[in-house]
Ligand binder design. Structure first.
Ligand SMILES: [Zn+2]
Length: 300
């Protein structure tokens, strides 16, 4: 994917390294995880380090857990696989993709006589507090309609590549575009309506509505890719395949087979691999939001 010369978004909130304690109040977004620790304890460690010939950087890494004696980890295990440089590159990448979705959806909304309200994107590490509650990185990237923010722990990209076998930058972009697709659904009033219907529905019907919502978000991700490529030629050889592979790998059937060894279609909330690929492709080929009406499609 050609992204390095792209515009960076102004809507990134970098909360990596900020502890989102369940009992804590609202925290202002601060910088990196290296901002943790500090104060007298840090100074003492630096002095000890110099005295005993230990690399101060090693000791600084320890201050977080020494000063904050609780069980919440400062850095999730997933981060072990990502160097600081790689994390920063991913953060930069995410910023470009978000900016591209802003440009695309602004135009599409304007064409329909509406104004696109840009979502913000929160980078976090380990756990985060959102208007939708407290979340652990293990839930994966998500969108919270309550604060109109997309949340992602960049270590998910490590999982995407290794655990879900979906490597490639366009696979990573698809993940952001899918979450932004949920934002678009929110702005269009689709997700609030679905939530209302789900409260009145039984479990199977509620799951079916979830699947429709997810497939539409996949389709919207495809719509973004269609326009971004037409206007800014972002796609390179192999990118489409990367995106389609990601859609397939994170389908509920493959996920269930991976974790439980068997598949239970009634419990699907995101759609099967085949469905996700089909709806992503549908948006990608047509570039039309109207073509993404999974709620009225004859076949999901
Ligand atoms: Zn989704």
């Amino acid at each position: 994917m050609r992204w390095r010369t792209g515009r960076r978004s102004d809507n990134i909130e970098d909360r990596r390294g900020v502890r989102a304690g369940a009992g804590g109040g609202v925290r202002s977004p601060v910088g990196r995880r290296t901002a943790a620790g500090g104060g007298l304890g840090l100074l003492l460690l630096l002095v000890l380090g110099l005295l005993f010939g230990v690399d101060p950087a090693l000791l600084v890494g320890l201050t977080g857990s020494m000063q904050e004696p609780d069980t919440r980890r400062e850095v999730p295990a997933g981060y072990a696989g990502l160097t600081a440089a790689r994390q920063d590159e991913l953060a930069d990448f995410v910023s470009v993709v978000l900016a591209d979705t802003e440009d695309t959806w602004r135009e599409l909304f304007a064409a329909g006589g509406a104004r696109y309200r840009e979502p913000r994107l929160v980078l976090f590490s380990g756990q985060v507090r959102s208007a939708c509650g407290f979340a652990e990185a293990a839930v994966g990237p998500f969108y919270c309609p309550g604060d109109e923010k997309v949340y992602i722990d960049l270590s998910f990209y490590d999982d995407l590549k290794h655990r879900f076998k979906a490597p490639g930058d366009f696979a990573q972009a698809y993940v952001i575009a899918h979450e932004v697709g949920h934002h678009v659904q929110n702005l269009l009033g689709i997700s609030p309506e679905v939530s209302r219907a789900q409260r009145a529905a039984g479990r199977a019907e509620s799951n079916r509505l979830s699947v429709m919502l997810e497939l539409q978000a996949d389709c919207f991700a495809g719509v973004w890719a269609h326009h971004a490529d037409r206007d800014r030629s972002i796609l390179e050889q192999g990118d489409i395949e990367e995106g389609l592979n990601a859609a397939a790998q994170i389908g509920d059937d493959r996920m269930q087979r991976r974790s439980a060894g068997f598949v239970v279609p009634d419990s699907f909330t995101h759609g099967s691999s085949e469905q996700r690929v089909r709806w992503f492709r549908r948006g990608l080929q047509s570039g039309s939001m109207q073509g993404c009406n999974s709620f009225e499609a004859a076949r999901l």
